[in-house]
Write a protein that binds this ligand. Structure first.
Ligand code: XCC
Ligand code: SF4
Length: 671
């Protein structure tokens, strides 16, 4: 691959990003975009054909029949590389879940400062799932028991982790049969590392079986625990109004960006930023208060609960600093570029690391600790305010978009059925009638190797035209937010007529923002509830649904992909495949790649594919949805069938009694 030199327009479709990339160029400052151009990926490593797990190597297998010094074959090496990535991803999500469980325990025992149990109903609901007694007990007593149960999931040695019981019955039986039910979260991650040490597991399919077990420990374990506890402590999201893009930064205020993944500190910074004492302190410094904004999944966590604006997604972390208007960027864990520190040296921005697990040379470290959370949050804000006077020339792009995030599965359930009849029935009915063709989850990262936000939004827009309801999380959701796809009325004229009718009447955007990356577990829950509602088969693999990660880059994305496949979903990754092999040079070097597609489909009904071309992703998504519809005996999708839409249709529908309106909308008469 020769070196390229792309223009700002080629780097990103986002005008705010383009503006900052021009500024970076003028200032002679490099970013991930320009570094990606300069850094040609190693073609052997990127194909998964290099092994460096022992000191006899690294071994690069580029010829037919070649093996490593130890005799390892190419498929074994690829499977080992793959499972190691999955294990790292599962570890990251799950360690986040573990920390949430410890916080819950501390809150239950009055050992924290500033936290309360916000969603007692969810606490009781989750506790009841694990047979924790709830009647006549205080929220703290219940929370204490739930925290113990959840903490135990990580170190458990035998049996099965408890949240697995929340999957459809048939799926659980399948996992049992395939011997992939996670025994304990930590155990599966450790075993993945053990098995891939020199001289251990060397049968590719056996290694990949454990990759499934490890990923399931993430999706139906660590991540699910993280989502549950975040909701209990900070509230289960419901729709509210938010804003996204760099234009949320304010000229006249102290701008503090929270970046990373864990909601624990960021939630406290939200609280501290509204404290009269802090506002007064900012005023005294000549600012109009503190303006908080998020990047990456920390952004999603506080956006969907408090409506705190998102400054951008993964590839905008450097660009935010390039505005010159950020007093402090406060980071916790995951997806934080080391480049931030040297970039910030060109401005006044202070990079503050807060996690005991994450330090970056040159950054200021203010360690977070739940016992003094609010005090620490205030200390961080004061430090940012003190830095306001050092601000130099600024350039904040005047680009921002409104959005409505906060579609937890609880809320989707409620919104579809109304408070007296909360249920997934209307969604299932709309799919069964063909008003909604199917469901797609468009999730995951940004990657500077492709045009920033383009793949996410191109795929999303095309699927909407085809009456596919789209749910999003992570950086993909922020990409859509910036394009205005997460607003009720916006863009509905470009949405298929059937989907549009449903959106207009229920009052939802055609793209539902379901949260951060650990909240992909909300999608597992939605799929399970759709199965339980009936009419779409008895397991997740029968639902006309597809998952896509068009701009993925992190190991966490691979773990998410694998647990979705193991749960029965067809998952399409964009960009390049870490195990592509070079079938044109080394025959059969795509064995592992074929196995995780065809092989896994036979075993789990879901498959994983890497598809670089977005139009091909769309074609495969629609083909899969239509094939699943046919297998269920549903009417063939017909774009002309539900042609009536628009305001006149809504007015007409609003005059109908509820039952008739729902019948007209969701095609209940067709059942
Ligand atoms: Fe990171 Fe979650 Fe990827 Fe975004 S989507 S780049 S993992 S922040 Ni999770
Ligand atoms: Fe080479 Fe085998 Fe060592 Fe890998 S484990 S580096 S293939 S000798």
């Amino acid at each position: 691959m020769p070196k390229t030199k792309r223009s700002p327009e080629e780097f990103s479709i986002d005008p705010a990003a383009q503006q900052m990339l021009i500024r970076a160029d003028e200032l002679g400052i490099g970013t991930a975009f320009t570094r990606a151009d300069d850094m040609v990926p190693c073609n052997i490593g990127s194909a998964g054909m290099c092994c460096k797990i022992c000191g006899m190597g690294p071994c690069r297998l580029t010829k037919d029949g070649q093996t490593g010094v130890c005799g390892a074959t190419l498929d074994t090496i690829q499977a080992r590389n793959f499972i190691r990535a999955v294990a790292a991803g599962a570890a990251a999500h799950s360690d986040h879940g573990r920390d949430m469980a410890f916080i819950l325990k501390a809150v239950a025992n009055d050992e924290t400062e500033g936290y309360v149990i916000r969603d007692v109903a969810k606490l009781r609901m989750i506790a009841a799932k694990y047979s924790i007694p709830i009647e006549g007990r205080s929220p703290k007593e219940i929370a204490n028991d739930l925290a113990d149960v959840y903490i135990a999931q990580f170190g458990q040695q035998k049996g099965r982790i408890l949240p697995v019981a929340r999957a459809p019955k048939k799926r659980q039986a399948l996992w049992n049969e395939r011997n992939v039910v996670p025994r304990g979260v930590d155990r599966e991650v450790v075993e993945a590392l053990h098995r891939t040490h020199i001289g251990d597991d060397q049968e590719p399919t056996h290694i990949l079986q454990h990759a499934v077990r490890t990923a399931l420990a993430d999706g139906w374990g660590g991540s699910m625990i993280a989502t549950d506890i975040s909701d209990i402590l900070f509230g289960t999201p419901a729709p509210l109004l938010g804003q996204a893009n760099l234009g949320v930064l304010k000229e006249d205020m102290v701008n503090v960006i929270v970046h990373g993944h864990e909601p624990t500190l960021s939630q406290m910074i939200v609280a501290a930023s509204q404290d009269p004492e802090i506002i007064e302190y900012a005023r005294a410094a000549g600012a109009n208060g503190v303006n908080l904004a998020g990047i990456c999944c920390t952004a999603n966590e506080i956006l969907m609960r408090q409506g705190i604006p998102a400054a951008g997604n993964f590839l905008q972390q450097e660009l935010a600093i390039l505005t010159g208007a950020v007093e402090a960027m406060v980071v916790d864990v995951q997806c934080i570029m080391q480049a931030l520190v040297s970039l910030a040296q060109n401005f006044h921005t202070e990079i503050i690391t807060t996690s005991p697990k994450v330090r970056i040379t040159g950054a200021t470290h203010i360690e977070f600790n739940e016992h003094k959370a609010l005090t620490i949050a205030k200390q961080i804000l004061r430090q940012a305010i003190d830095n306001y006077k050092n601000r130099g020339e600024t350039q904040i792009p005047d680009v921002r978009e409104d959005l409505v995030p906060g579609f937890s599965h609880e809320y989707i359930n409620y919104m579809l059925g109304g408070s007296y009849r909360s249920s997934f029935r209307p969604l299932n009915d709309a799919i069964m009638a063909g008003r909604i063709r199917g469901v797609a989850a468009v999730v995951g990262c940004n990657n500077p190797r492709s045009q920033h936000d383009y793949l996410h939004t191109h795929v999303t827009r095309e699927l909407l035209k085809q009456d596919v309801l789209v749910v999003e999380t992570g950086c993909g959701a922020i990409a859509s937010a910036k394009l205005g796809l997460l607003l009720g009325e916006a863009g509905l004229d470009q949405v298929g007529a059937g989907l549009r009718e449903v959106c207009e009447t229920v009052g939802i955007p055609p793209v539902l923002h379901m949260g951060s990356c650990v909240d992909n577990t909300r999608i597992l829950t939605v799929l399970t509830q759709m199965v339980e509602e009936g009419g779409l088969g008895d397991d997740i693999d029968q639902i006309p649904a597809v998952g896509l990660a068009p701009e993925w880059m992190s190991e966490k994305a691979l773990s998410i992909g694998v647990y979705c496949v193991a749960s029965g979903a067809y998952v399409i990754f964009g960009g390049s495949s870490p195990i592509s092999g070079m079938p044109d040079k080394v025959s059969d070097s795509d064995k592992v790649l074929r196995y995780i597609s065809e092989g896994w489909e036979e075993l789990y009904g879901g498959k994983m594919e890497f598809v670089a071309d977005p139009d091909e992703m769309i074609r495969r998504t629609l083909a899969h949805i239509d094939q699943k519809r046919a297998a269920l005996g549903l009417p063939e999708y017909d774009p002309a069938r539900f042609g009536r839409s628009g305001d006149a249709r809504i007015e007409e529908l609003e005059l109908l009694p509820l039952a008739e309106r729902q019948a007209a909308l969701y095609g209940m008469a067709n059942r």
